[in-house]
Write a protein that binds this ligand. Sequence first.
Ligand SMILES: [Zn+2]
Length: 202
Amino acid sequence: VIPSKYIEEAVNAMASLPGVGRKTALRYVLHMLSRSEEDVEHFAKALVQLRTHLKRCKVCQNVSDFDICAICSNPQRDNSTICVVEDVRDVMAIESTHQYKGLYHVLGGRISPMEGIGPGDLSISPLIGRLTHTAVKELILALSPTMEGDTTAFYIYRKVPAGSAFEITTLTRGVAVGDELQYTDEVTLGRSIALRTPYQKG
Ligand SMILES: [Zn+2]
């Protein structure tokens, strides 16, 4: 039994995080009590700022402090290549390999009838819009090698305007089936993005 409603509330908040049970939550909360008031305020402020100031890039939907993210606005990046990923963690994973110099498009998930996520819930229409308005030479479908990832890749493949001149590629499957992109080690992922292959439907 927790002897304080303040502790109880803080534990409930911590325990709502993925992978944090009540025991761990209590440990974090008691740890916070040992820190200075200034430290705890800084901690809370960092979280609130994240929610109020963080934006989605208007072009690629990546997280950004500005309307256009640091990748889209970087003139050194190759804007003829767009790499389609499920979420922001995939962008971070691919960036950490230093093997890719093009742009991204973050879908915000993958098609999953089981979870009630349809194409309309993802940023697929903005992607198709980008493809028709920019001089794209290559579209990389870097979705996770799961059934949902494959379904999403195939859906996008079908939506690409007929007669488009660009190449559609995918990561080489050094990434084992069922793996999430962001959990693949850097070397394997780096090789997968460097040695990409033409997309084959089915
Ligand atoms: Zn962007």
